[in-house]
Write a protein that binds this ligand. Structure first.
Ligand SMILES: [Zn+2]
Length: 108
């Protein structure tokens, strides 16, 4: 029974984060809705003790609950083998370390 509840919660989190990314990418739409989706996803994860998906973990601002999309609401800095997503919110920079996939060798 617990596995079913857990899998449903994981599905909800993934769906909410996908919707938050879509709302953030839609220029002109309210970012408050995207922030609310992220807030609900974080609450579900906290309640059922489910970690955020690995691909989304470094792309959520912990201060303002924004889903970070490069070029829209965050800046990306490359530091060594990792990319740092820094939110543009007024509450200061919240860097989130997001490891990059290993790049393929160049054929030259
Ligand atoms: Zn922020």
């Amino acid at each position: 029974m617990k596995e079913i509840v857990r899998s449903v919660a994981e599905e909800r989190i993934a769906e909410l984060l996908r919707m938050a990314e879509e709302r953030t990418k839609e220029r002109g739409s309210s970012s408050l809705l995207a922030k609310r989706y992220v807030q609900i996803a974080r609450q579900i994860g906290k309640h059922y003790k489910i970690p955020m998906p690995a691909e989304s973990k470094g792309r959520i601002c912990k201060k303002c609950n924004s889903f970070l999309v490069p070029g829209i609401n965050c800046t990306v800095r490359i530091s060594g083998k990792s990319a740092i997503y820094a939110c543009n919110c007024g509450n200061g920079v919240t860097p989130a370390v997001h490891s990059r996939k290993p790049t393929s060798l160049r054929s030259s």
